[in-house]
Design a protein around this ligand. Structure first.
Ligand SMILES: *Cc1c(COP(=O)(O)O)cnc(C)c1O
Length: 536
């Protein structure tokens, strides 16, 4: 007979004491078809180190040797790593020097925020062009053991000791279930990065006697998320607990790892993860697209097709908006500075924007592109008639109330004419923006209204909210607004409204006629005349 294990059994294990209150649990509005009820556990609200799940591990890792005994340590991760940011943050709190070893990945939402913070506060930054280059140039970072005088935190700060923080989190959840904050969930969804979060929590749930299954979604390559990896992490945390005098440890855990939501690889957003981020943002739940967005995308696709009743999503990202110095870019190693300032970085943003729009359309095509009234008279060369409708609807919402109808109809026509001569990449971006605007609000929800079917006042409110969201949606909002204004102010009838007298050029009225410039012609100096003050 094994005795019941209590949270107080963990109390003898030293920790920083950073995790004080349980992170809040709250119910979500339905986010998918099917009958499941959804809850979210908001580690984002943990007070330590700007929140997120990483502080749970650091709470234990940093309270034990070798970290508790040195004045400096190193942390390893991608340029946007939440782990490196949390480690640097911990260094600020504990007044320790932290060296960041960063490898390049694509720049997605939230990456610059963390990089700016790390650049501003790390003692030193080493940069590698890829994780492979890091493995070759600094093998001890990847495979070595933490060593004095500057031991390093492994990727994700996943160590046997660190995972004890997640065992503790399972007991925290258990008491929230006992308090009636939520029913015992059948499943928890979360990302699998270094795996410490998933495995530590699954071990904790088993120890707490809960039947909840952990469904983890690999955000790293298959080679880093194998059954072997899971077993060795499980053994590491069990060995640690047993060393710390904890008995009757569970031999089996309920943990599944999915590999089908990774997309192109670690740190690369997928269209579905971007759409999932937007869907949850509408309920005030902030995710990022390379860990939590992928886990949410898996949850959404499973909840539709499988028989699940109670699902808990573990919200792992921190709060963001980290403090940084204005000259942070100058503090980066030169090679990293160059990459960040390279225009290819902006190309990444554009790709992301297209992916987001593609997700929005993919999720809704067929359902929502049917039901449009065709515009028989639309003769656009770049924009389709649905896109013309979207621009018209945006114009109606953005332009002063009471604008004459013919001025509004001209907006899509003029924008189309303007786009004809533009480069293909820009046209693509405009298509993406319009699709995003139309389907962006709730890309995966079943009966969400499309932009064009909202009333003008609702459209205006929606556009304002996009502008205030920041990130890509704000970019899309500004892009559409600028196009609408361009299409509007190209119309000579609008010029008197803003006190513009028109160009000082007589536009030809007949084809083939030459332009005349009387105003400019009058300013031309007479033959032989010299500029005032010039010597003859
Ligand atoms: C690190 C991290 C995780 C995953 O934790 P692992 O223990 O590395 O698997 C999940 N979500 C976010 C946002 C993270 O930064």
């Amino acid at each position: 007979m094994s005795r019941t294990f209590h949270l107080s059994d963990l109390d003898s294990i030293p920790r920083m004491g950073w995790i004080k209150e349980p992170s809040p649990v709250r119910a979500l509005l339905p986010i998918s078809t099917g009958n499941a009820t959804f809850f979210v556990k908001q580690d984002r609200e943990l007070s330590a180190l700007h929140g997120g799940s990483k502080p749970r591990k650091l709470d234990y890792v940093l309270a034990a040797p070798p970290f508790s005994e040195t004045h400096e340590w190193a942390a390893v991760g991608a340029i946007g790593s939440g782990n490196v940011a949390a480690a640097v943050d911990a260094g600020i709190v504990l007044k320790k020097k932290v060296t960041a070893h960063l490898f390049w990945t694509d720049v997605s939402l939230g990456v610059i925020d963390k990089l700016a913070f790390v650049a501003s506060h790390a003692h030193h930054i080493a940069f590698y062009r890829s994780s492979v280059e890091m493995a070759f140039r600094a093998p001890s970072l990847v495979i070595g053991q933490p060593r004095a005088p500057a031991p390093h935190l492994p990727p994700g700060s996943t160590t046997g000791r660190g995972m004890v923080g997640l065992v503790r989190a399972a007991f925290e959840l258990k008491s929230q279930i006992e308090n009636g904050e939520l029913p015992e969930p059948e499943r928890i969804y979360l990302p699998f990065g270094s795996g410490g979060l998933a495995v530590g929590l699954a071990v904790g749930l088993a120890l707490a006697g809960l039947r909840t299954e952990v469904h983890s979604v690999a955000v790293v390559s298959r080679a880093l998320s194998t059954g072997f990896r899971v077993r060795s992490l499980k053994n590491a945390v069990l060995a640690e607990l047993s060393k710390l005098g904890i008995k009757d440890l569970p031999s089996t855990i309920r943990l599944t790892v999915y590999h089908d939501h990774l997309g192109k690889g670690y740190a690369a957003p997928t269209a579905e993860s971007l759409a999932a981020c937007e869907l949850l943002a509408a309920q005030g739940v902030h995710l990022e697209p390379v860990y939590s967005g992928k886990a949410m995308a898996a949850l959404l696709s499973h909840a539709k097709s499988r028989q699940v009743k109670t699902v808990l999503f573990w919200q792992t990202p921190g709060r963001g908006g980290l403090p940084h110095e204005s000259n942070w870019i100058e503090k980066l190693p030169e090679a990293l500075q160059k990459r960040i300032q390279n225009p290819a970085f902006f190309k990444t943003r554009r790709r992301v924007l297209q992916a987001l729009a593609a997700a929005a359309t993919a999720a809704t095509v067929g359902v929502r592109l049917s039901g449009y009234t065709a515009r028989p008279q639309w003769k656009g060369l770049v924009l389709g008639s649905v896109e013309a409708d979207i621009l018209f609807a945006a114009a109606e919402a953005l332009l002063p109330p009471g604008s004459p109808a013919d001025r509004l109809t001209q907006v899509p026509e003029r924008v189309d004419a303007y786009l004809v001569g533009m480069p293909a990449t820009m046209k693509q971006e405009v298509h993406a923006m319009l699709a995003l605007l139309e389907h962006g609000p709730f890309p995966l929800a079943a009966r969400a209204p499309r932009f064009t079917s909202l009333s003008p006042a609702e459209r205006a409110a929606y556009l304002t909210s996009l502008g205030a969201r920041g990130g890509m949606l704000a970019d899309a909002y500004r892009g559409v607004r600028d196009l609408v204004l361009l299409g509007y102010y190209q119309q000579p009838e609008t010029w008197p409204d803003m006190g513009y007298e028109g160009p000082r050029v007589n536009l030809p009225t007949q084809p083939g006629e030459r332009m005349t410039f009387p105003e400019y012609d009058r300013m031309v100096a007479k033959e032989g005349e010299l500029p005032r003050g010039a010597l003859p």
